[in-house]
Design a protein around this ligand. Structure first.
Ligand code: G6P
Length: 609
């Protein structure tokens, strides 16, 4: 989603801003722009539809320079992707502003500004903010004061950064509902949507809190809370070495990240040798809270939601804990009945997803005994606001389609199952089996990665197809959902997952020789039932692609292609089969020539509702 970078420095910042935008590309966007205050105190602006590379070309052709500036990647919400709608937006050739979020009362503000004589050039909800700033500055006062007066008029979510030619060394920022960090430098300070954007210039950051405003110049940095009082926020140093954005020998981040899974899974599990050690991963406050847990409510979006669905099978079957799972955008607006002793578990690789954050914020102490977040980003909003935190150790994930962040979430949730199960009398032998299975997981995934070439060959059959059906039963059903999601996200083939038992209740009508049917079929207690469903597909001319272990007893035959997945302990099979399906979607997308790492219309970090 939208990305912000801003700088107030004693040196020229155009390249810093552009590099920041490049580093934010992974979030997903469809236009980009940059505004600088030049030596003559004029605003110089480039805006382009499309990639940051287009903006770079514009800057090469007509270089603009300045020590103060704001830049932005826009993911269109209000108004199509275009140069006019791209940020920064300007007012009175004086103020330039970038915005991440949605202003819900933009229509009323627009009408008010038009009445005051302002012309609104774009179709965005953002442009009203810059005119409000301008109107306030025209009356008098500093850029900070103007921002303070402006934000009280805004309803919705926003992270903002603005510059004003009358305050040429200053950038003012504000956040409510969308993240904004301050990058602290020497003789220079920065703002950005996330720390990634600024790692080339600093390793010291302030994570602004809800409703904070910030004013930076090269030599000063002041943060104000919603009451307008000056506040101190902690500067945190980010450790080096954890984040590498180098592609190495890989062509795409997605395939690199798929291949990083053995190490990511191992790091997330952390080599615990018993359930007590596993519990340490959830922090010092975990035992007291876990002792009270009677039920679990999981809330998440997208791929993280699928992780929650897998966890429900584990929690109910292994730990004997009742579990509900819901997408955050539904959960947050629904009147709910929660049972006593329910732990709220939010899952989010980014830790910033707007709906998940809102779900957490509107959950009350009456409903839940506490909250736990499973996230891949330390210091993210969800991490800061939950009672307990489990940090997955996937390392930075750049590909928009989540891979290693998902499988590490599953490890975290299996670890949660173990610690809750232990409290409910899960036999020692079963605990040891789960730990042994988790220890064997990196190796099982390595073996699965060796299927890369076979999966590539298999994927060719999908290239001309417009639709695909994924079938599975039991705990593999959410894995089929994740496989279908991955395929549609990056190859744009319409893919749906069904529990195989539902085949007769609708999807069978779609089956013909044009409909590839992917089956996730490990040798488990539901295998025979699944086989009957697959026969129903075959006898209607459907083409089957069966991901199965050797013990499942499938053989290649007409219209049935088998992809042999390594045998591994049953409890970790959802993770292992996921890896095979990730490879399938990657190779289909690759051959279809789509933008694998940055699929159209999608964003990595969904910071608006
Ligand atoms: C976007 C991403 C997905 C992710 C979902 C939820 O759609 O592209 O990969 O699963 O958001 O994000 P979260 O950060 O909360 O896991």
């Amino acid at each position: 989603m939208c990305g912000i970078v801003a700088a107030a420095a004693r040196r020229e910042v155009s390249e810093i801003l552009l590099e920041g935008l490049r580093r934010l590309e992974y979030r997903g966007y469809d236009s980009a722009g940059m505004a600088l205050i030049d030596d003559e105190f004029d605003l110089k602006i480039h805006k382009r539809k499309g990639k940051v590379a287009e903006l770079e070309k514009a800057q090469l052709k007509q270089p603009y320079h300045g020590n103060t500036g704001v830049a932005h990647t826009r993911w269109a919400t209000h108004g199509e992707p275009s140069g006019v709608n791209a940020h920064p937006h300007i007012s009175g050739l004086r103020v330039a502003l970038v915005h991440n979020g949605i202003i819900e009362n933009h229509a009323a503000l627009r009408a008010e500004l038009i009445e005051d004589g302002y012309e609104i050039a774009s179709a965005t909800d953002t442009e009203v903010i810059v005119h409000l700033l301008h109107r306030s500055l025209a009356i008098g006062g500093s850029l900070l004061q103007a921002m303070q007066k402006t934000v009280v008029k805004l309803e919705g979510a926003y992270a903002l950064a603005a510059v004003d030619i009358e305050n040429p060394d200053t950038v003012v920022g504000a956040r409510t509902g969308s993240p904004l960090v301050v990058g602290v430098g020497i003789g220079e300070n920065f703002l950005a949507s996330d720390t990634m954007a600024l790692r080339q210039v600093t390793d010291r950051f302030i994570y602004l809190e809800e409703a904070d405003l910030v004013c930076i110049t090269p030599d000063s940095l002041e943060v104000y809370n919603a009451d307008g009082s000056k506040v101190q926020r902690q500067v945190e140093r980010i450790k080096e070495g954890l984040e590498t954005t180098d592609l190495g020998n890989f062509d795409h981040y997605m395939i690199k990240e798929i291949f990083e899974q053995p190490e990511a899974l191992e790091a997330t599990f952390g080599g615990a040798i018993n359930a007590e050690k596993v519990e340490n991963h959830f922090g010092d406050d975990a035992p007291a809270l876990f002792d009270q847990v009677k039920q679990v409510q999981i809330v998440a979006c997208g791929t993280s939601y699928h992780a929650g669905l897998v966890a429900r099978y584990w929690l109910e079957e292994i730990a004997g804990v009742s579990c509900d799972v819901e997408v955050a955008s539904e959960f947050r607006y629904r009147k709910r009945v929660q049972h006593k002793g329910t732990l709220l578990v939010v899952i989010s690789q980014s830790g910033e997803t707007a709906d998940t954050l809102a779900a957490l914020r509107n959950a009350t102490a009456d409903e839940f005994i506490g909250s736990l977040v499973v996230s891949n980003v330390d210091n993210s909003s969800l991490v800061r606001e939950c009672d307990l935190v489990f940090l997955t150790r996937a390392g930075i994930e750049i590909g928009v389609a989540s891979t290693k962040a998902f499988t590490t979430q599953l490890v975290a949730l299996l670890m949660l199952t173990l610690v809750l199960g232990r409290r409910r009398g899960l036999p020692d032998s079963r605990q040891r089996d789960i730990i042994a299975a988790l220890q064997s997981l990196p190796e099982c995934v390595r073996e699965t990665l060796e299927l890369n070439e076979s999966i590539q060959r298999l994927s060719e059959a999908f290239i001309p197809k417009r639709h695909a059906l994924f079938l599975a039963r039991g705990i593999q059903y959410p894995i089929a959902m994740e496989g279908a999601l991955k395929l549609k996200e990056i190859s744009y083939i319409h893919a749906e997952a069904y529990p195989a038992g539902e085949l007769k209740h609708g999807p069978l009508a779609l089956v013909d020789s044009d409909m590839p049917v992917v089956a996730v079929a490990p040798n488990d207690e539901l295998l025979e039932k699944l086989k009957s469903n697959l026969e129903e597909v075959r006898s209607r001319g459907g083409e089957l692609f069966v991901f199965a272990d050797t013990e499942a007893g499938f053989a290649n035959e007409a219209r049935v292609k088998i992809l042999p997945v390594p045998n591994c302990p049953e409890v970790i099979r959802p993770i292992v089969y996921t890896v095979a399906l990730q490879l399938l979607s990657y190779h289909v997308a690759l051959q279809k020539g789509t933008d694998v790492d940055k699929p159209r219309n999608l964003a990595k970090s969904v910071t608006v509702e």
